[in-house]
Design a protein. Structure first.
Length: 380
């Protein structure tokens, strides 16, 4: 059966385009055609003038729906997190575990592997944020969980059999040769929670690190004679930068500066979302500490930032307003760039023949009306 998505606006090289139909079959896009050329007998989905975009892809999702991945590293926990974020247009995500011991990380990896094997919607792999980080830039991470990097770490961090593995580490905590060894196993390495110098960061990039986790947050800042991690990120043109555009993690002017430096090519919107997304809960527990929600961000007992309580649709709206960008560009930041970063651009992050039928439908206020994963609607 062919499903035809009609009467909507679609991203194109010149902006949002009308008059096209997206024909899908078997969970993939069969082709795009003129609205008047929909095959007879097709199951027609009327988009009612809304904007159909590639489903959002979020590479940093700690929790959602009242569930924290660190506390519930199970298939059921992952499914609950994915369901919560699907309400807000995220059709692909990396469940993210923050600094834990290797036994807990191994358990989380096994849960993600099983979730992918059993077809939990949207799971693309795992993001292991820590524990090989800088105590000076630990943020909400527990420095008691920061061991030395060794052969056991290499084994556990590269143990996922299905999907993508992203590891965030600090070049001042992990030697360049160890980064190279991790990259050689197929792991994607990002730099974050680091007090590294510009030169140390450059060495990590040369060793194969591909990007930066939540740019500006928990990393050595740009200085006049000490560019630090931030300077290396803004200076480099090959790496990718995740950024939390919620208006709280970084100042709007700082977001505009990052965009001016890097442009839309390799910036990725991330939520760094915690359990309150898709939940009414205003507090949760992280490694024995009570975290509270305040104005869309999560705060530890001492006021330290502990992730966000914002979904990707809200992040996208902030990015559009702060940067003054069009919706096609914003979609690239929220979907297409992450697909490229993960090596999934042939199948995700675009509305084109052969890609997966992963969509989000937005109204004129950029609120989510519906989303689909592999052509299946996820909202009632």
């Amino acid at each position: 059966m062919i499903t035809a998505f009609v009467n909507g606006l679609l991203p194109s090289a010149t902006g949002l385009a009308a008059g096209l139909a997206v024909l899908c079959e078997g969970g993939k896009i069969a082709r795009l055609t003129a609205a008047g050329a929909v095959p007879q007998g097709a199951d027609v989905v009327d988009l009612k003038g809304g904007v159909l975009l590639p489903g959002f892809i979020d590479v940093q999702v700690n929790g959602g729906g009242g569930v924290l991945f660190n506390e519930t590293p199970t298939v059921e926990g992952i499914a609950a997190i994915g369901k919560a974020h699907a309400r807000f247009g995220t059709t692909g995500f990396l469940p993210t575990i923050i600094s834990e011991d290797l036994e807990a990380i191994a358990k989380a990896v096994a849960a993600v592997d099983e979730a992918i094997a059993t077809g939990v919607p949207g799971v693309l792999g795992i993001h292991i944020e820590g524990p090989y980080l800088s105590p000076a830039r630990r943020g909400i991470h527990n420095p008691g969980k920061f061991p030395a990097f060794g052969s056991k770490a290499l084994q556990v961090l590269s143990s996922l059999k299905r999907g993508k593995t992203l590891v965030t580490l600090a070049p001042d905590a992990v030697a360049a040769e160890d980064i190279a060894a991790l990259v050689a196993t197929g792991v994607i390495v990002c730099i974050g929670h680091s007090d590294a110098t510009y030169d140390e960061t450059q060495a990590a990039l040369k060793a194969g690190a591909r990007g930066f986790t939540h740019l500006f947050n928990a990393m050595s800042p740009l200085g006049t004679r000490a560019p630090g991690v931030v300077g290396a990120a803004l200076d480099d043109r090959q790496s990718w930068c995740g950024i939390i555009a919620d208006g709280r993690h970084i100042h709007p002017a700082t977001l505009r500066i990052a965009y001016a430096c890097r442009g839309p090519e390799k910036l990725m919107l991330v939520t760094d979302a915690m359990p309150p997304v898709g939940s009414e809960e205003k507090t949760f527990t992280l490694q024995g500490r009570t975290i509270r929600v305040e104005n869309g961000v999560c705060l530890g007992p001492d006021g330290t930032l502990a992730g966000s309580a914002m979904d990707m649709a809200a992040i996208l709206r902030h990015a559009v307003a702060i940067l003054g960008i069009d919706l096609v560009t914003a979609s690239r930041l929220a979907s297409g760039n992450a697909a490229q970063f993960l090596g999934l651009a042939s199948e995700r992050g675009r509305i084109a023949e052969g890609a997966r039928a992963d969509f989000v439908l937005l109204d004129e206020k950029l609120e989510v009306r519906q989303c689909w994963i592999a052509g299946a609607p996820l909202l009632p």
